[in-house]
Design a protein around this ligand. Structure first.
Ligand code: NAG
Ligand code: NAG
Ligand code: ZN
Length: 298
């Protein structure tokens, strides 16, 4: 009884104070969260043509994306994909080659191929393709040592599903790769290792052009590892979605050189469990090229 009275007596004196403390604490917390959210969403100012040529020019990459999406949906086999999109990419690569530094050389190959393969995807299927196109570009350092198997493959696909201009999937990936290609080609010293850029023209139905490249292209044997730039939904920050299966140095390299590394192992588990009916060129390079690499979503 006595202790109850004691509590009762003290309550009125304590209550207002603690409410204010709680309110202040919540406000501080909210301000901190807002600050972190702002920092998290903050992006560097995109550079334009006036910036040093060996930097990534975000404004030019955006123009590549505008040019590609202006075509509209680009279904593999359509005039839009096989003629217009290939034309936009080839023109962009030729312009990049014209602005390369004397230290690096570009070689362009528009590759057409036919083939067939079994895919253990969903219930399993046979996948037959004819005359799919790849726009392939190799950058080499001038006077560099003869390369064994040491090239890095960078992949995106420019074809789309029938009802979308594919800005996110995967136009943005191709725009980013064109920007990276421009910057590497303009580098003021020779590249130590070759980079092979694969703009593949048939991913959506299903993974055919990457198969054509990795099983048939003359440069496929030179590839040591790959980075696949794909989309999974639109928006959000770049995430490393899948890596491996061998060569853990790839992830160590990612963690040590990427300015804002951000990765999740969730997607890898989902893909491998077969729970989601989707897959990417990652599988093709891994299963048909015996290669390790990364799948990043820009
Ligand atoms: C976009 O297309 C226009 C018109 O063909 C061309 O002049 C321009 O150079 C293209 N932009 C890029 C970044 O390739
Ligand atoms: C695939 O690559 C791994 C790691 O590089 C290697 O150990 C293995 O022997 C390769 N398998 C084949 C069939 O080439
Ligand atoms: Zn895609």
């Amino acid at each position: 009884m006595q202790s109850m009275e004691f509590v009762k007596e003290n309550k009125p004196a304590q209550l207002p104070l603690s409410i204010w403390w709680v309110a202040a604490g919540l406000a501080a917390n909210a301000a901190l969260l807002a600050g972190v959210a702002l920092l998290d969403a903050a992006l560097p100012e995109p550079l334009g043509p006036g910036a040093p040529p060996e930097r990534f020019h975000g404004l030019t990459a955006h123009q590549h994306l505008t040019n590609l999406t202006a075509i509209g949906p680009r279904v593999a086999g359509s005039y839009e994909n096989e003629v217009l999109a290939v034309g936009v990419l080839v023109a962009a690569v030729k312009d990049i080659a014209a602005h390369a530094s004397p230290h690096n050389q570009l070689e362009l190959d528009v590759h057409t191929a036919s083939g067939a393969f079994a895919l253990s995807f969903m219930d399993g299927m046979n996948n037959v393709y004819r005359d799919v196109q790849n726009v392939v570009v190799r950058v080499r350092g001038v006077g560099g040592r003869a390369t064994g198997r040491s090239a890095l493959l960078l992949n995106c696909h420019f074809d789309t599903v029938p009802d979308s201009p594919g800005a996110s999937d995967d136009g943005a990936g191709c725009a980013v790769l064109l920007g990276v290609l421009r910057a590497l080609a303009a580098a003021r010293r020779p590249l130590r290792h070759d980079a092979v850029f694969l703009f593949n023209g048939a991913e959506e139905n299903i993974l055919q052009a990457s198969h054509a490249f990795i099983t048939q292209h003359k440069w496929a044997r030179d590839v040591r590892a790959f980075i696949n730039i794909e989309a999974c939904g639109a928006g959000g920050r770049e995430v490393l979605f899948q890596a491996g299966p061998h060569d853990p140095w790839i992830v160590e390299m990612y963690a040590s050189v990427v300015p804002h590394p951000y990765a999740s192992s969730l997607a890898q588990e989902l893909f491998e469990s077969g729970l989601i009916p989707a897959d990417t060129d990652f599988r093709i390079f891994r299963d048909f090229g015996n290669l390790s690499g990364e799948y990043r979503q820009p």
